[in-house]
Design a protein around this ligand. Structure first.
Ligand code: NOJ
Ligand code: CA
Length: 720
């Protein structure tokens, strides 16, 4: 071949670039997939022909093997359309529609190694376009040239088209318990961070990393959310932000060697997701994350029950009582005679105190009581990276497991067990079976786990592949014992509760507890969480704190809840979870028993949900229909601004009269100056009614709507 022909040959091969457009079922979203001249895969996303994601790279980087990044050609393209529906075991709605177009592109990678030996490998890119967003993932079929492989990072990019308004928390590998920052994409950096003192050093933050879900709003009022679905056997995805070009690049949580994932073919990565809409409400009602998860794997789900609970909990956080029984430090689990320790006189989880909670639960239609600090080990449980702290089967001498089992059963109340692991996960894994057997023996059907501190195996992170696999092992093992689970300090959820419905809830964000002992959660916090953390699944936020000022417990305490009392009620509707705590002390609920009626009434499982109004960082208003009941509950929350919100009740059955009980901020209520002032009003309403709700600064509104009795029809006034 002469030089000219050779040149011609190469230009033909390498100038070949490929491009393919693909649409969502309603055609509003379109995806352009292309291969560059170098055979690099790229994608773009458009919403009504406007770019949402500019050309962005795709690929996976490997350790000591050729990267899946370039010299690809198309081997095959398959498209399918799916439109079906399914019923979750529990949820915000009874039936979920799963409607998308899928394009699966099989890419062939041909290259020669240093010894001129030719190789061929395959990687599949699967794109699913729903009407509300895009999901895509990498698939690695079993193939001769790819068996075991180690991922050093993902090349996945999300090129944003401007300095969008962004709600973000720093890319800490070990915690999501941060207040949200809102800045332009171009201003994501350390100085913008709220509560910078709380940042851990083990994070991407030094490289301006942020966590997902990342919620953004463009100047043209487009809402964009980047996240992931079905995080299995893989680390969580953070994003590194280029503040000048607005390019977001995937950054996976590493292990101590800096590697990201150890994999074997066949393997599929989690879905990378981009929700897009010109309505903020659509982001909250989207079911795309759930639809991208696998169906339920459990054949019998009859034992899984959504529940409301109270617990020996808030009193520990406000310092009224302690988890620990003694005040002695430096104890060795196996070598201590716990019955001989001198009690400190403040232990919370005593048999008598738990009976008091059981009595309250039984009287007020609360399903269960959580008990923390029941088991030995709390004397020096945290902060030391200690392997053996808890054994999960030995109660303190003043906590009588048998007596409480009997007492709770008589009162028809369940007990929830607490397993704080202090992040000594190897210890927990060794003891899980005996711990769950112990639970079953003494009648516990739900466990709350916790991972406070630095992970053992030392060097692993809460959000890395090893821990992601641990949370799944816990979920599968608890399911095999018919135990439901609520995890604190896990990786952020990604919709896996569809696959494992015994995984009722997670914390994985900054919960209400921060208001007990830190500068707390700003009034806008609960207007952001549903747009971020909650997209992956229910949160155990622990709402319902009525006594908002902590000075009530000790004069010099400055900590406080940054909401009104009524906003705490509204959270039972706006923060969806099948597991909801009534987090305050029974004695505080007795003080405000008329307001507590809302918590008694509000369900934890729903047939339907209407997102009435929403704007991240400002307000949210949601109405939900109780499961198998003709009752609706409405919750509205605002940030630090006073607000009037209108709620049309057009979702009610047209011919019926209902009694609406309105729990409202008093006219002079204010989260800081007058948080506990409220009024309760009852009216007759119909589907033609529009409620006008006045929300105090940092306030809310909560409404229960039930068919009116004959008597109520006579006595109550129509809502005007
Ligand atoms: C932090 C959890 O979020 C909280 O709920 C629990 O009480 C403490 N850890 C102790 O386990
Ligand atoms: Ca926590």
């Amino acid at each position: 071949m002469n030089r000219f022909l050779l040149l011609l040959f190469f230009t033909t091969i390498f100038s070949f670039s490929y491009s393919q457009t693909f649409f969502s079922p309603d055609k509003r979203l379109s995806l352009v997939f292309s291969l560059t001249k170098q055979g690099e895969p790229e994608y773009q996303l458009f919403y009504e022909n406007k770019p949402v994601v500019a050309p962005s790279r795709l690929g996976i980087l490997l350790l000591q093997q050729k990267n899946f990044a370039d010299v690809f050609s198309i081997a095959n393209i398959e498209t399918t359309s799916v439109d079906n529906s399914w019923n979750p075991v529990w949820g915000e709605v009874k039936t979920i529609r799963n409607h998308y177009n899928e394009m699966k592109i099989t890419l062939k990678q041909n290259y020669s190694d240093d010894n001129d030996i030719p190789h061929e490998r395959r990687m599949i890119l699967a794109f699913r376009l729903f009407n509300d967003g895009l999901g895509f993932r990498y698939e690695f079929p079993k193939q001769p040239e790819l068996g075991y492989f180690i991922v050093t990072d993902e090349l996945t990019q999300f090129a944003m088209t401007g300095a969008h308004k962004t709600f973000w928390i720093p890319g800490d590998y070990d915690s999501n318990e941060y207040p949200y920052n809102h800045t332009a994409l171009s201003e994501i950096n350390g100085t913008a961070l709220r509560n910078a003192s709380e940042i851990s050093t083990r994070s991407t933050f030094g490289r301006f990393g942020v966590q997902t879900p990342l919620m953004m709003k463009t100047n043209e009022n487009l809402y964009i959310n980047i996240f992931e679905a079905a995080l299995v056997n893989y680390p969580a995805m953070n994003l590194v932000v280029d503040t000048s070009t607005f390019l977001l690049s995937a950054h996976l949580v590493p292990d101590m060697y800096g590697n990201k994932a150890y994999l074997q073919t066949p393997f599929t990565t989690p879905w990378r997701t981009i929700l897009v809409s010109d309505k903020a409400e659509d982001i909250l009602s989207s079911k795309m994350i759930l639809n991208l998860n696998e169906p339920c794997t459990l054949s019998d789900v009859s034992w899984i029950t959504p529940q409301k609970f109270i617990g020996v909990w808030w009193e520990l956080h406000v310092g009224k009582s302690t988890w620990n029984y003694a005040d002695t430090g430096n104890l060795i689990l196996a070598k201590t005679d716990w019955s001989k320790l001198t009690p400190n006189g403040k232990h919370g989880a005593t048999t008598a105190r738990v009976k008091y909670y059981i009595d309250f639960a039984s009287k007020h239609k609360i399903d269960a009581v959580l008990v923390e600090g029941w088991n030995i080990g709390w004397e020096d449980w945290f902060g030391e990276w200690k392997e053996e702290v808890f054994d999960f089967v030995t109660p303190y001498p003043d906590f009588n497991v048998v007596e409480l089992q009997k007492y709770a059963a008589e009162k028809n109340v369940k007990l929830i067990m607490h397993h704080e692991t202090s992040a000594s996960v190897t210890n927990y894994e060794r003891r899980m079976d005996s711990a769950y057997r112990f639970m079953k023996e003494y009648g516990y059907e739900t466990v709350k786990t916790g991972y406070v501190g630095r992970i053992i195996p030392r060097g692993e992170h809460h959000d890395g592949q090893w821990m992601v696999n641990h949370y799944q092992r816990v979920t599968e093992k608890t399911a095999s014992y018919k135990i439901m689970v609520d995890m604190h300090e896990p990786v952020r959820p990604t919709g896996l509760h569809r696959t494992y419905p015994n995984w009722l809830a997670n914390e994985a964000a900054r919960g209400n507890e921060f208001n007990a002992w830190s500068i707390g959660n700003a009034p806008d916090h609960e207007t952001i969480l549903p747009f971020t953390r909650l997209l992956g699944g229910p949160m155990d936020y622990t709402p319902g704190i009525f006594q908002t000022e902590m000075s009530y417990y000790k004069k010099d305490k400055k900590e406080r809840v940054h909401t009104t009392l009524v906003k705490q009620l509204a959270l039972y509707v706006t923060m969806y979870s099948p597991l909801q705590m009534a987090a305050d002390l029974p004695e505080n609920y007795e003080r405000f028993s008329d307001a507590f009626t809302f918590i008694e009434d509000v369900p934890v499982d729903w047939d339907d949900t209407k997102i009435l109004d929403a704007e991240p960082g400002e307000y949210i208003s949601i109405a939900r229909k109780a499961k198998n009941k003709n009752e609706w509950y409405l919750g509205a929350v605002t940030d630090e601004h006073r607000r009037t919100m209108r709620a049309s009740l057009s979702f009610l059955s047209p011919k019926q009269k209902y009694t609406a009980t309105l729990y409202l901020d008093a006219p002079n209520a204010h989260w800081e100056k007058n948080p506990m002032a409220y009024t309760i009003k009852k009216y007759l309403v119909t589907g033609k009614t529009t409620l006008k709700l006045l929300l105090a600064p940092g306030g809310g509104a909560a409404v229960s709507i039930k068919p009116a009795t004959k008597e109520e029809e006579k006595l109550l006034k129509n809502y005007q």
